[in-house]
Design a protein around this ligand. Structure first.
Ligand SMILES: *[C@@H]1O[C@H](CO)[C@@H](O)[C@H](O)[C@H]1NC(C)=O
Ligand SMILES: *[C@@H]1O[C@H](CO)[C@@H](O)[C@H](O)[C@H]1NC(C)=O
Ligand SMILES: *[C@@H]1O[C@H](CO)[C@@H](O)[C@H](O)[C@H]1NC(C)=O
Ligand SMILES: *[C@@H]1O[C@H](CO)[C@@H](O)[C@H](O)[C@H]1NC(C)=O
Ligand SMILES: *[C@@H]1O[C@H](CO)[C@@H](O)[C@H](O)[C@H]1NC(C)=O
Ligand SMILES: *[C@@H]1O[C@H](CO)[C@@H](O)[C@H](O)[C@H]1NC(C)=O
Ligand SMILES: [Zn+2]
Length: 514
């Protein structure tokens, strides 16, 4: 085995001695050292590994250490139990089979209280919980077309003119006619979420899950294209993020064309404008909320030129919230980035990129190679980067260029990339202190907290057993650091974050004493 440590990391002579021995030991040579020396070297190897991981060189205050002890006690209880009896280990099962149990976890409860900084990979139509979506189906003038297992919706005074292979009927009428509203709503709910208790769906392949994903997405979109409902949707979503202790969101969104009851359709800059207005309104009511930025997305199947044109228009019209541009959709079936290189090279001059890349299990395919283009085209961050681990040179490049990878663990499991999250590449990204942030992609789609569930799965299911409060804190710091806020914005966010963090630590100590 060849081991090459960088000498620069081990400057003093004492360490050099152990460094040499480590090399010998790891390369299978006998070092001729005593047992005591061996154990010293061994513990240094482990220590060094811990120092190298995300958060490894943070130093905790005395108060933070108390909280860390509490946190790690609970984490160890959960892990030790499963280690002895692997059938208790929920993280190797489908997320839907244990999602409901998570709220009982003490670790989760701590994470839920923790200030989590920024959510940097969030899609605008899938950021609200299913309960809140269901409440929006009680709005007036909502017509439903329920045919062939698909639900299409539209707000209108009269039955919509759009074709329906059955018949447009007021949802309120259907609900009334059903005689049992509880049952009606629990059936209706299935159109608004991927979550199911039916285990037969847990082993479906990626084609099935994406088909289901797109179907739910379409139904939700039909509900929230009505301007007044979209306003409620967005404010409720901000509320849910805020309640999950998130201070700032970078939202990926397409160009929704919102309509009014009289059928009038707004132009393509209206929705970004509305987002900005509502976020400012929310900020006024919650001064410790920093705000939002927009990353304009377009389907991989549409014309990139057209999207870039729209992006430039919004950038000019709303410079405060415009961050950049991305392509979305199931990566395996969309066109690869390489198809658009000339256009994107040109656009690079005035446009920041936040490409989805490597959200695939197919090593060596054009989808997998999207990562190459994302990096060469100078992406500021990469969405998912799930396949990055198979490309050591690209891993180096990402680290050198400080391109953050937005990891969405739960999304990756639900969308059939990985089942047992211990095998998620995030474990390696954490161990090697890659520039990463934790996000949730589409929390509404799997009825999860905006960030807490993803942090919980990452912390207990993926990270080292020894990863502690420092890992959590560093990931929150990363979320601010890799955001598109300018330096002034980042400074003021850090200031608010530090205060919140202090309160969080204090409140846990108080809670624990009582
Ligand atoms: C933590 O402390 C160590 C040693 O005291 C120091 O070398 C290191 O720079 C500190 N880390 C930070 C992030 O301040
Ligand atoms: C795992 O899930 C089971 C139910 O499926 C639950 O009883 C148990 O408490 C969960 N374990 C943890 C550590 O959350
Ligand atoms: C309505 O449906 C729910 C769920 O299917 C069921 O539990 C309940 O008993 C039903 N109520 C009546 C009055 O039939
Ligand atoms: C879009 O609509 C807004 C007002 O709703 C208006 O200010 C803007 O000029 C319109 N943009 C275009 C390109 O028509
Ligand atoms: C897109 O724009 C580029 C120049 O920016 C041009 O060369 C290319 O032909 C355009 N493609 C299409 C399909 O219009
Ligand atoms: C699965 O998806 C791939 C990629 O879109 C497609 O080529 C293939 O035909 C699909 N397979 C089935 C059975 O639908
Ligand atoms: Zn995404």
């Amino acid at each position: 085995m060849q081991v090459s440590f960088s000498l620069g990391q081990l400057p003093d002579p004492d360490k050099m001695l152990s460094f040499i021995c480590v090399v010998f030991l790891l390369s299978g040579h006998v070092c001729g050292i005593s047992l005591r020396q061996y154990l010293n070297v061994r513990s240094r190897v482990i220590e060094q590994e811990l120092e190298k991981q995300v958060g490894g060189n943070l130093n905790l205050t005395e108060e933070e250490k108390i909280v860390n002890d509490i946190l790690m006690r609970w984490k160890n209880v959960e892990l030790d139990e499963s280690f002895k009896n692997p059938s208790f280990f929920n993280f190797s099962k489908h997320y839907f089979s244990y999602r409901d149990q998570i709220k009982n976890s003490k670790v989760y409860q701590i994470i839920r209280r923790m200030p989590k900084g920024a959510a940097l990979h969030i899609h605008s139509t899938l950021m609200l919980s299913t309960d809140k979506l269901m409440a929006l189906t009680y709005e007036k003038h909502l017509y439903a077309c329920l045919a062939d297992g698909e639900l299409d919706l539209q707000f209108s005074r009269l039955p919509p003119q759009r074709p329906c292979s059955f018949k447009w009927i007021l949802l309120s009428e259907l609900r009334e006619r059903s005689n049992n509203v509880t049952r009606f709503d629990s059936e209706l709910r299935k159109y608004f979420t991927m979550v199911t208790n039916d285990e037969r769906f847990y082993d479906k392949d990626i084609n099935y899950t994406w088909k289901k994903f797109n179907k739910v997405c379409k139904t939700i979109q039909s509900l929230i294209s009505y301007r007044p409902v979209r306003e409620k949707f967005f404010l409720e979503a901000l509320n849910e993020f805020y309640s999950d202790n998130i201070m700032y969101i970078e939202i990926r969104s397409g160009l929704s064309r919102l309509y009014e009851l009289d059928g009038r359709v707004h132009n393509q800059t209206y929705w970004p404008y509305l987002m900005q207005r509502l976020a400012n309104q929310f900020k006024k009511e919650h001064p410790d909320f920093i705000g939002i930025k927009l990353i304009l997305t377009r389907s991989r199947l549409r014309s990139v030129n057209e999207t870039l044109e729209a992006a430039r228009e919004i950038k000019e019209y709303l410079p405060d919230i415009f961050a950049g541009f991305d392509l979305v959709g199931q990566e395996d079936i969309g066109k690869p980035l390489s198809d658009y290189v000339p256009t994107l090279l040109e656009a690079k001059k005035d446009m920041k990129f936040f490409f989805h890349g490597g959200e695939t299990n197919w090593f060596g395919t054009s989808t997998d190679e999207n990562l190459v283009d994302a990096i060469l085209l100078g992406a500021k961050r990469i969405g998912h980067g799930y396949a990055l681990i198979k490309h050591p040179d690209l891993m180096d490049a990402v680290k050198k260029k400080d391109i953050a990878v937005e990891v969405n663990v739960i999304s990756n499991t639900v969308l059939s990339l990985v089942r047992d999250v211990r095998n998620h590449p995030l474990a390696t990204y954490l161990a090697t202190d890659m520039p990463i942030v934790i996000s949730s992609d589409d929390p509404g789609m799997w009825d999860s907290d905006p960030l807490s569930h993803d942090f919980y799965v990452m912390f207990v299911g993926v990270a080292s057993k020894k990863a502690d409060l420092r890992t959590l804190k560093q990931l929150v710091i990363n979320s601010i650091r890799y955001s598109e806020l300018d330096n002034r914005g980042k400074r003021s966010m850090f200031k608010i974050f530090n205060k919140k963090w202090h309160c969080f630590i204090r409140s846990l100590i108080t809670l624990h004493k009582s």
